[in-house]
Design a protein around this ligand. Sequence first.
Ligand code: 3PG
Length: 225
Amino acid sequence: MKKEIGMEKIKEILRECGIVPVIRIESASDAVPLAKALMDGGLPAAEITFRTSAAADAIREMRRAVPELTVGAGTVLTADALDEAIDAGAQFGVSPGFRTEIACGAVRRGLPFVPGVMTPTEIEAAMAVGFDTLKFFPAEAAGGVKMLKALAAPYGGILFMPTGGITLGNAADYLALKNVFCCGGSFIATSEMIARGDFAAIREGARAVSDFMGKLRGKAPSHKG
Ligand code: 3PG
């Protein structure tokens, strides 16, 4: 297993991904082919959401079988989910909203954490306890690129990971913002693709993102073949 890694390194890996796959997985038996499909497609990270009872086992399996993939826990809403995520070997955590006890509890236990915010008040609450890297959720519904541009002026030191409504059609506009370090999106590996066992589609989805990011950055993509 990979050694625990800190927030700066996590940020670097998520930035490299560009669009982080946000995944809902119903059965841990799909975890390893899913992780392999993402890596083969050139995406080095995934967020497994705690919206199903398979999340912790899926993280555990991915870490065991595909250690080169950086695996985070998403939708960490409760202390129990945080315990399970850490116990399963999650390397970072994400929540849709901001709760001090969860976000600070994660950091105290050595888990890099990206809490979610949507308003200036929530940003300031997160800043007050030391966070400068935040999820912006639900990005499109909460004002999207326009809102993030407006937030850049008063909150110059804050970096956002917009998630919610991100597609290959709008990601470039988000990623062009100085206060955005990556986006999150469920379109790369949808529940439907996973349920169908269509790992080829997931590999192609990951490849499309890594090609897109390569073009955006003007360099060759990192996927195999
Ligand atoms: C999330 O979990 O952060 C969002 O539900 C993902 O949003 P999307 O499905 O619009 O990508």
